[in-house]
Design a protein around this ligand. Structure first.
Ligand code: ZN
Length: 437
């Protein structure tokens, strides 16, 4: 990281660019084969680890492979035996699976030793063909975005047509401001994607110069509601996707378990889900950029209190997904654009508290769209009231209890370091950083 004049630094950040693919039938099979190979290596490695642990428990002095290097060594020794067809796929496929296993094992150890924040992580589980996400990562070999901006190249699989233009990434690579580190292929519903992990040079302003504060509440009826009173509605395409989801969910409940119809409904549901998630992500991308550029401080709620819907699981899932995505995007955009992100404590009852006098309502049903204060008489849209409470929080940020994130000073380095590896790849609509959960 080097300084480039006052108020900004030049930094290397890791970003992800995702593109939908248009593979041929043969390529589809090759993509699926590589993902299958990754899963095979993962499961093989996990079985080996379990066996060795068992042997060790029985008193044998035996090494248990744990790191990627150790797992790879074991794999290379055994592959001719356990996967005589291994040469059909790039060796990257097996590495990718073993890498996933090594990470899962490390997360488990770290979690047990208290070195990992968040929920306890369980011991790795076997990946089932239809249950687990199909994905495979390439880190070496010919990984390219071709000059026509309509094709990409991967080791062994070759040249693949992209469904959308790769312009944004291709331009940066050509200018020399971005370098491709890896490519991950994955399948969601019936569509294949490639996500490039890229090392890019970025200007990081220390501050965007704004002192304004905005609270953002993610709802079900709206994409978001701001403390300024602005409501950002869901894009129409997303609304109709969500309607379709509700309809398909009801349909699924009526289908006989194990029937062909049920299977078909499930597949359609997965497709609509994927589409809705993409639409929401793109809509949130526009919003989070506006927020991170336009306000000095952005306050959002902790994930667990989102929605507050008890019995309507779909609505809840939708709101939670929206808030999770909003937070994820803001966490790196606040660094990019020099704003500050404040995440409200999970026990802060933002929707039940009066934003004028602080009186707390005992119970607020979801159907109640208006917040009425029994103390000071404030009468206001429920979501706007919640967003205003979030905005007010920023004034108390200095006190502990709130998780704050900003892109300033010493914090910045750790912030960036924490955003290197990626698990969930964002869409191609904008330049983004992948995060590691
Ligand atoms: Zn009041």
């Amino acid at each position: 990281m080097s300084s480039i004049g006052e108020g900004a630094t030049m930094a290397t950040v890791t970003q992800a660019y995702r593109f939908a693919l248009d593979p041929t039938e043969t390529q589809r099979r090759a993509l699926a084969s590589h993902c299958g190979a990754a899963r095979h290596a993962y499961n093989w490695g996990l079985r080996l680890v379990e066996e060795r642990l068992e042997q060790r428990r029985a008193g044998e002095e035996i090494e248990v492979p744990w790191s990627l290097a150790e797992l790879r060594r074991e794999w290379n020794r055994a592959k001719q035996q356990v996967a005589p067809w291994w040469a059909e796929n790039s060796k990257e496929a097996y590495s990718s699976g073993l890498d996933g296993l090594a990470r899962a094992l490390k997360n488990w150890t770290d979690s047990r030793n208290g070195r990992r924040k968040g929920r306890p992580v369980g011991f790795p589980r076997f990946k089932k063909k239809w249950r687990s996400r199909d994905a495979c990562r390439f880190t070496t070999g010919a990984i390219k975005v071709l000059g026509d901006r309509k094709h990409i190249q991967l080791p062994r699989i070759g040249v693949l047509k992209t469904h959308e233009s790769t312009r944004k990434l291709a331009r940066r690579v050509e200018q020399g401001t971005a370098r491709i580190l890896a490519a991950t292929i994955s399948r969601t519903a019936d569509r294949w994607y490639v996500s490039f992990t890229v090392e890019a040079q970025r200007h990081l302003p220390v501050t965007n110069g704004k002192t304004t504060v905005v609270g953002v509440d993610v709802g079900i009826r709206h994409l978001a509601v701001l403390s300024t009173g602005t409501k950002i509605s869901n894009p129409r395409a997303l609304e109709s996707s969500q309607q379709k989801l509700r309809r398909l969910n009801r349909q699924l409940a009526r289908r006989e378990p194990g029937s062909k119809h049920r299977k078909e409904t499930r597949r359609r549901l997965a497709r609509v889900h994927a589409r809705a998630a993409n639409l929401r992500r793109d809509a949130l991308n526009k919003l989070t950029t506006t927020l991170a550029i336009g306000y000095g401080t952005v306050v959002v709620e902790h994930l667990t209190v989102a929605g507050m819907v008890r019995n309507r699981r779909l609505a809840r899932a939708v709101a939670d997904a929206g808030l999770g995505e909003l937070r994820r995007q803001l966490s790196y955009k606040s660094i990019w654009y020099g704003s500050r992100l404040v995440v409200a404590d999970r026990f802060h009852p933002s929707s039940k508290t009066c934003s004028a006098c602080g009186w707390v309502k005992a119970k607020l049903a979801l159907a109640e769209r208006t917040f009425t204060c029994e103390d000071c008489g404030l009468c206001m849209d429920r979501d706007v009231n919640a967003a205003r409470n979030l905005a007010k929080l920023a004034q108390h940020v200095a006190q502990s209890g709130w998780e704050t994130r900003n892109a300033r000073g010493a914090d910045r380095k750790t912030q960036l370091a924490g955003q290197v590896a990626m698990k969930r790849e964002p869409s191609s609509a904008d330049i983004k950083t992948g995060t590691d959960g």
